[in-house]
Design a protein around this ligand. Structure first.
Ligand code: CP
Length: 339
């Protein structure tokens, strides 16, 4: 790993392989993803206490910087930071100086001048968190909360935690991701995580118009027919139609999409009996999923939300730990050079 390394790891890992930013799952090892899951597991108990706090980020300032709307991600990052005892600033972009034409770089410089320690960034532009991580003051951690169509790494990790809780393993699992894969940053991160963690098969089920070109290269098989695609599944992950990112007519109609690809009880019955149903949210009932399935006994959709807090506590505490370790190493090196 060098400064010229084309993978993002020269940015997101310290020299000894600790997390210091969390931008993407690309290039991260199975050992590191498992470490994140194990650390998150240890934080689940904190959420069950009467006083839901540990002091790991006491005195630290975390800024939630969401340039796109969010319910689950923003709220669970805020709760996670508060459970780690950090001070949290939620910048309301609609009333911030961004709406007066201030650039992203200038907004960042001003927030850095307030001695912030971590930025949690959601942006419509793929690569925005990566861009910020390249220029941010050393010691400040950047966490990607979803960028364009590129990645949503904490969502994928909370999904992996939920799968591990329910299935106990990844080896031998057949997992399908159904719907609008084309516009989905979540699907890209999930496919990556499932491959690294050793799932037997990751299958995408969608009409051709909702799949990226060369989708197999991401590490998945493709099925265009929902009934065939549901066979032998242990996990089915439904995606919403991201109409805000669609250019042109990619579907005959929502009703036709629901008829062919919407998950109802009949289609779910084609999967393995213990198949769990997941969805990153927000769900659109009657568009990609039937209410009886979303609220049914095989649904773990709300467990995913709960697990979001523990995963985000894990990622934030690990990134801050990596930044502190790096700072100590630099100070030690400077002292050695001066001696
Ligand atoms: N899953 C997800 O990213 O949801 P929000 O858009 O509500 O954050």
């Amino acid at each position: 790993m060098t400064a010229n390394d084309p993978s993002p790891n020269h940015l997101q890992l310290t020299r000894d392989g600790q997390l210091r930013h969390f931008l993407t799952l690309d290039g991260l090892s199975q050992a590191l993803l498992t470490d994140i899951l194990d650390t998150a597991d240890s934080f689940i108990e904190v959420g069950e206490r009467r006083i839901k706090k540990v002091p790991l980020l006491r005195g630290r300032t975390v800024v939630n910087l969401f340039f796109e709307s969010s319910t689950r991600t923003r709220s669970t990052f805020e709760l996670a930071a508060k459970r780690l005892s950090a001070d949290v600033l939620n910048l309301d972009i609609s009333t911030s100086a961004t709406s007066k034409g201030e650039s992203l770089s200038d907004t960042l410089l001003n927030l850095e001048a307030m001695a912030s320690d971590m930025f949690v960034v959601r942006h419509s532009q793929s690569g925005a968190p990566h861009f910020i991580a390249e220029s941010v003051t050393p010691g400040v951690a950047i966490i990607n909360a979803g960028d364009g169509r590129h990645a949503h790494p904490t969502q994928a990790m909370l999904d992996m935690l939920t799968i591990r809780q329910h299935k106990g393993r990844f080896a031998g699992l057949k997992v399908a991701i159904v719907g609008d894969v084309l516009h989905s940053r979540v699907a890209r991160s999930q496919i990556r995580a499932l491959n690294v963690l050793g799932a037997e098969e990751v299958r995408v089920i969608a009409p051709g118009t909702l799949l990226p070109r060369d989708v197999e290269d991401l590490g998945c098989t493709v099925e265009y027919d929902m009934a065939r695609g549901m066979k032998d599944l242990d996990v089915v992950i439904m995606l919403r139609l991201q109409k805000e990112r669609m250019e042109g007519a990619l579907l005959p109609s929502e009703r036709e999409f629901y008829r062919q690809y919407g998950l109802n009880q009949d289609k779910l019955a084609l999967a393995n009996p213990g198949c769990i149903v997941m969805h990153p949210g927000p769900i659109n009932r009657g568009v990609e999923i039937e209410s009886a399935v979303a609220d049914g006994p095989q649904s773990v959709i709300l467990s995913q939300v709960t697990n979001g807090i523990a995963i985000r506590m894990a990622v934030m505490s690990m990134a801050m730990g990596g930044q502190m370790a790096e700072r100590q190493q630099k100070q030690q090196k400077q002292q050695e050079e001066q001696a």
